[in-house]
Design a protein around this ligand. Structure first.
Ligand SMILES: [Zn+2]
Length: 301
């Protein structure tokens, strides 16, 4: 009996050690920012992600469990640029948490720290475009991760001053590791330059831009509008004239349309991780880029 009780206490102490009661709570909208916050915060932070690689970050449900998590958040980090406009405003309103409202230091939009691609000259929502503020999927350019890491690191130190020194040293260490990885990726991805691919949703633009690849079509006629038979037929015709090297899609896309085009146009289909957790190898941000580059190089050969 005594041993059991002792074991129970040890288990409890271990749990407490794993999740410090006063941890700084980070609520990330997407797995890539959860992963970055974990890298930079280590055991000083407790991180949750509102979405997984399999959920479509444009449209999730503002579930009560998410409201409960955001209520305790000390920092909210999201892609921004209206990616989460369908659910985050509701969560923020329901949270009753003043620390994380837009405009306060506890609210961070990653895309505000980088140069956004595809900012439309004229916004016409009637066309159904869900990227009216430019492309929000900024995490797939490793240079953007470097910039956002610096901003996030500084923000953690500002909001959780007691642990500022830890954030500083973790931030420095991450920067070194990331710069080294970027150098390696740059040479590994060199053969991808100029390679034409078809995407499902316009969520690979930053990677394509970084690697110098060419996006020659998207299965969605407009970002957020599901593939239509006429649009697919058009792409099949286009592929006959100038074939792409691959049709890529992300874990949250329905692969049906990608398979259709792949079969009709005889172009290989390549599932990409898109974010952390999207494939077995994409366990963290480093694995995300390793795996994305490797999968694309495989079709290049
Ligand atoms: Zn999008």
């Amino acid at each position: 009996m005594k041993t059991l009780l002792l074991k129970g206490w040890i288990a409890l102490l271990c749990t407490l050690a794993a999740a410090p009661a006063f941890a700084f709570n980070v609520f990330a909208c997407e797995p890539e920012w959860a992963s970055l916050a974990q890298e930079l915060g280590g055991d000083k932070v407790s991180v949750v992600s509102a979405t997984t690689a399999r959920s479509d970050p444009h449209r999730i449900e503002a579930r009560p469990s998410l409201i409960a998590r955001i209520r305790d958040a000390d920092l909210v980090i999201c892609s921004g640029s209206e990616l989460e406009i369908g659910w985050l405003p509701l969560l923020l309103t329901q949270s009753g948490n003043n620390r994380i409202q837009p405009g306060s230091p506890g609210y961070l939009e990653a895309s505000q720290s980088v140069v956004r691609l595809e900012v439309p000259k004229v916004v016409d929502r009637s066309l159904g475009d869900i990227h009216p503020a430019g492309n929000p999927h900024v995490h797939l350019d490793p240079r953007n991760i470097a910039k956002i890491a610096d901003v996030l690191s500084a923000r953690l130190a500002e909001l959780d001053g007691a642990n500022a020194a830890t954030y500083k040293s973790r931030g420095d260490a991450f920067r070194d590791r990331w710069q080294a990885a970027m150098k390696r990726w740059q040479s590994e991805a060199a053969p991808l330059k100029g390679v034409p691919i078809v995407v499902y949703h316009k969520d690979m633009s930053y990677f394509i831009n970084w690697a110098g690849m060419r996006e020659v079509g998207s299965l969605e006629p407009k970002p957020g509008i599901p593939p239509t038979p006429s649009h697919l037929a058009q792409l099949v015709e286009q592929m006959k004239r100038s074939p792409a090297k691959a049709v890529v899609y992300s874990p949250y896309n329905n692969p049906g349309a990608a398979q259709f085009l792949s079969e009709r146009a005889n172009v290989p289909i390549v599932p990409l991780p898109f974010t952390v957790g999207g494939t077995d190898r994409a366990k963290d941000l480093f694995g995300l880029f390793d795996d994305t580059i490797e999968r694309l190089l495989a079709v290049k050969k």
